[in-house]
Design a protein around this ligand. Structure first.
Ligand code: DAH
Length: 332
């Protein structure tokens, strides 16, 4: 019996070593340690043995079984490591495989428009200024000559922030508050543009979004006239859209400019498109910023940046700009 078990252990060791994968090893495991294995059979015969023999054989069965279990466990960990390596290799993501030149992203069409506008005005001698998206009531309205309770405040569906006194803090509804900040911070002469994100409580549709972009322009200097404003907007129109485009101004109303105008551009096909507002900076606005209206004068303008992007690229739904489907954005 002892001899049989030694031979069995040798054969078992060979079978375990031969198992080529985890499935094969599971089969070998069942064969060597299962109910119908040699070891189970010998163990079932122990009861019929003499006590001395039972003791010797019993101990040997236990030793062989322990050794077979050890060999199987050892083989299993080797095979499992190999299997994991195969999976890792199959699932490996080699980022260097991508063709960098082709896969590299590009700027969003709104960012492209934003940067083009900056380039254009910087080329005309303007600086670029920024202000906060969360504003106080004074900069967004008060300093811009909208007194408290003034009906013109209703032109904007303002989103207020729960901070401080009710309605004292808001998401800026336009980029005009940056004009105030620029005049507070800098001595004239000022020639600056202020692109940025603005917010209104609007429902998204083809021409409205609750978050959109505007660009503001501000010039403060001595002896600035309405003619300077018209000339600047005309120069901008041709530079941005091309030689066939011109602009016109229509009388309008904004609390922070006097006189105020609406600014339209004329396409080569003769159609007109409303772009934004403009006017001569109101004396009250200059005073709010500590400037003497007798000494300084200026003009301001503001228009929608997203709109410009739509127009330039013939896109007919504003929402496309924010959906971020790269199959769409990739065209521009
Ligand atoms: N802030 C105005 C708006 O959002 C646009 C505007 C009109 C800006 C006239 C100006 C301006 O600077 O002079 O509707």
């Amino acid at each position: 019996m002892d001899l049989d078990l030694d031979a069995h252990l040798t054969a078992a060791g060979a079978a375990v070593a031969d198992a080529a994968n985890l499935d094969a090893l599971a089969a070998v495991d069942a064969e060597l340690l299962g109910k119908r294995s040699v070891l189970a059979t010998v163990r079932s015969q122990l009861g019929g043995m003499e006590p001395d023999q039972r003791k010797v054989v019993g101990r040997r069965v236990h030793e062989v079984r322990t050794e077979v279990e050890r060999l199987i466990a050892e083989r299993r960990s080797v095979l499992a490591a190999g299997a994991r390596a195969v999976v890792l290799e199959a699932e490996r993501l080699d980022l260097t495989e991508f063709d960098r030149g082709r896969r590299l992203g590009h700027r969003h069409v709104v960012t492209q428009t934003w940067e083009r506008l900056e380039d254009l005005f910087v080329g005309m001698g303007y600086t670029v200024s920024e202000g906060p998206e969360i504003e106080d009531e004074w900069h967004n309205f008060g300093a811009l000559n909208f007194p408290l309770g003034h009906p013109a405040r209703d032109m904007y569906d303002t989103l207020y922030v729960e901070y401080g006194e009710p309605q004292s803090t808001l998401l800026r509804t336009h980029t005009s508050p940056v004009q105030i900040r620029v005049m507070e911070d800098q001595e004239p002469p000022i020639y600056s543009i202020m692109p940025g994100r603005v917010f209104r409580s609007d429902t998204a549709d083809a021409t409205h979004m609750p978050v959109f972009h505007q660009i503001e322009g501000l010039v403060i200097d001595r002896d600035i006239t309405f003619g300077d404003l018209a000339g600047t907007l005309e120069a901008f129109t041709t530079a941005y859209f091309g030689a066939g485009f011109t602009s016109r101004l229509r009388p309008s109303y904004f609390p922070f400019t006097e006189p105020s105008a609406e600014f339209d551009i004329r396409r080569p096909d003769g159609s007109w498109l409303e772009l934004g507002g403009c006017g001569m900076v109101h004396p009250n606005v200059l005073r709010s910023c500590g400037l003497d209206p007798e000494e300084w004068s200026g003009f301001a303008f503001g228009f929608g940046l997203d709109r410009l992007a739509l127009m330039r690229h013939g896109i007919d739904d504003l929402r496309e700009l924010f959906r971020n489907d790269h199959r769409f954005l990739g065209q521009f």
